[in-house]
Structure formats: C-alpha cells, structure tokens
Ligand binder design. Structure first.
Ligand code: SIN
Length: 331
C-alpha cells in the first residue's frame, strides 16, 4: 500500500506541467556600508533597475551594513555562491591581486575625476579582469571619494600622527603609509571601527566624508584633516563561473542594470560626500582642518616614499598610466 502511494505521488509530480510563472531568481547583494552613502544608493538603484528590466525573472535582495557578510567573509561567500554581488573597497584585494593595490598609493590621484579617467582607460578596465583566474570578475567600478584622516587631536603636520594607532583596511600599502609617519597601523573590519575608536583600541582612521558621517566616526574623533591623500572606490564583483553560466537574457538585463547603477553612483558620489562634510561641519562634533599647500606638501613628502616598496609588484607602467590620468584630456 505504501509503495503504491509513493508511486502515485511520483506520477503526479512528474505529470505536473512546468509552471509558466517560475519563481524569480533571488539575487543577493551584500555590502558593508550604510544606505545613505554612494555605494548604498547605487546598490538600491541596481535592485530597482534589475527588477524593472527583468520583470518576474529576478528579485534582488540588498543587505547593507555587513548584515549578511562583513569584510572577512564576503569574498569567500561569493566564491561559495552564498551571495551574488558584492561591491568591495579596492583596498581589500591584495590577497587576490597585487595590481589593484595601485589605488592605495598615497597622493597618486589628484581627485575623483582623475580616478574616473583611469578606471575608464584600457588599463583600468583590464584590472576588472585581474582576478578571473581566481573566479572573481569585476563588472564595474563604483566611486566613493577621497579619504580624510582623523584622530583625537589635530593632525596638521605629518609628525602629529607619530606614535598614534590608526585603523586601516586590509592593505599592506596602507600599513606602510602609516608606518612611514611613525604611526602604528591596525587592520580592522569596517564594522568594528566605530567601537575601536570609541574605546580607544585605535586613535584614528582614514575614510571618506560619507563613511565618516554614516558610521558616526565624527562623534568619536575630535579632529578631521581634509587631506584628500587617497581614494576609497569599489569593484563590483561576481563569481565568474556563475555569471558566465547565467541565461544570456538574464546576464544581459543585469549588465544593463549595472550600467544604470554605475551611472547613478558616479554622478552622485561627490554630492553625497559634500553633503556629508557639510553635516559634519554643522554638527558640532569633530573639527575639520584645512591644510595650506605647503602643509599638504609635507604629507606628500612623508607618505610618498612608500611607492618605491610596491612599484615592483604593481608595475611602473601601470603607475605611470594612473599618473597620466591626473591631466584632463584637452580635446
Ligand atoms: C567601504 O566603504 O566599503 C568600507 C571602507 C572601509 O573599510 O573603511
């Protein structure tokens, strides 16, 4: 009797027509920052565009603030297929590629427009494929902005940083940058920075205005120097095998959605950071310090020697190409 029932159930299942309205593919997008940041907004734009361009075919779930995976786990989660899209700071790839470390060289880019020109160049676009042998494919760059340096004391001269402990991202170049100042770098996941600053495990940090405001770093720091000494930008990554195995129409729709999100991101990142800076200025929290050109030159002199240590790994030609992007095209 039991065998008969099982056989009947199996026959019903096999005979069931394939539903014309299959459930949408659920795609997870994980990142570590708040929604009111350039990356937070771009991830939401990607969701909106993907669901509009592929109606009923995909549902995108965005997980901000390290809710799903933090810095330590997101690359592994992508490799395992536990998440489909991540947008990782370019400073967190040195275990996977030495070339992308380029973006961490202090005072390499004059501003985000220069970063944009380099990312759009052939050299910049080639870097999106620099981790394919490890099964990670970059679909796009997203901007955040230039980094500012903060602590619990004014940092006007490079010597002011001496003896302090600074939180850094997972990057050997950033470690060398702080060592060059006579400071101690400490690699910490983004989600741990606020508490580390609050309890004094570290004295300072470097980040963009939007990350400083949205994480409330300005409430646990007394001084921020507008140093613009480096950049925090992102590579949006997928698992290459998963991506190339997608049905062509889905991959095409997601590619278009990514282009829309990238455009939104790159058009709004500067504005979001400027607004964040103004809010910090108005908030009666950390004091913002401007540097004179001569003072800024002192920071350049103190930090730039770290280039020599890494130019072999990165490649002198790539560094030269990035430096060229500081000159806007005139034609
Ligand atoms: C991010 O913007 O994704 C985080 C940057 C950081 O870890 O400081």
């Amino acid at each position: 009797m039991r065998n008969w029932l099982l056989a009947a159930a199996a026959a019903v299942i096999l005979a069931a027509p394939v539903s014309a309205n299959a459930d949408p593919m659920v795609l997870k997008f994980s990142h570590v920052v708040a929604e009111r940041t350039p990356k937070g907004q771009a991830a939401l734009k990607f969701k909106e565009a993907a669901e509009r361009l592929l109606p009923g075919k995909v549902k995108v779930e965005v997980y901000p603030n390290s809710q799903l995976f933090g810095d330590a786990k997101e690359m592994e989660a992508l490799a395992l297929g536990d998440v489909h899209f991540i947008s990782t700071s370019l400073s967190k790839f040195d275990k996977f590629t030495k070339k992308v470390q380029l973006f961490d060289l202090p005072f390499l880019f004059d501003d985000i427009a220069a970063v944009d020109r380099f990312q759009a160049s052939k050299d910049g676009q080639d870097l999106l494929k620099s981790m394919v042998s490890k099964n990670y494919l970059g679909l796009a760059y997203w901007h955040n902005g230039m980094k500012q340096i903060s602590a619990k004391k004014p940092l006007i001269k490079p010597e002011d940083a001496k003896g302090l402990k600074f939180r850094i991202q997972q990057s050997d170049i950033l470690a060398a940058q702080f060592q060059a100042l006579g400071a101690t770098p400490q690699k910490l996941a983004f989600s741990e920075v606020y508490q580390a600053l609050q309890v004094g495990t570290v004295d300072g940090q470097e980040n963009t205005w939007s990350n400083i405001l949205s994480q409330k770093f300005n409430e646990v720091q007394t001084d921020i120097t507008e140093s613009n000494h480096g950049v925090i930008d992102y590579m949006v990554l997928v698992n290459n095998k998963w991506w190339t195995g997608l049905p062509a129409d889905v991959r095409d729709g997601l590619t278009k959605a990514m282009a829309e999100a990238t455009k939104t991101n790159n058009e709004t990142a500067d504005k979001i950071n400027e607004e964040a800076k103004k809010k910090i200025q108005a908030s009666n929290t950390a004091k913002i310090h401007q540097l004179t050109p001569a003072q800024r030159q002192e920071w350049v002199k103190a930090m730039k020697p770290v280039w020599a240590k890494f130019e072999g790994e990165i490649g002198k030609d790539l560094i030269a190409a990035a430096m060229k992007s500081n000159q806007p095209k005139t034609n």
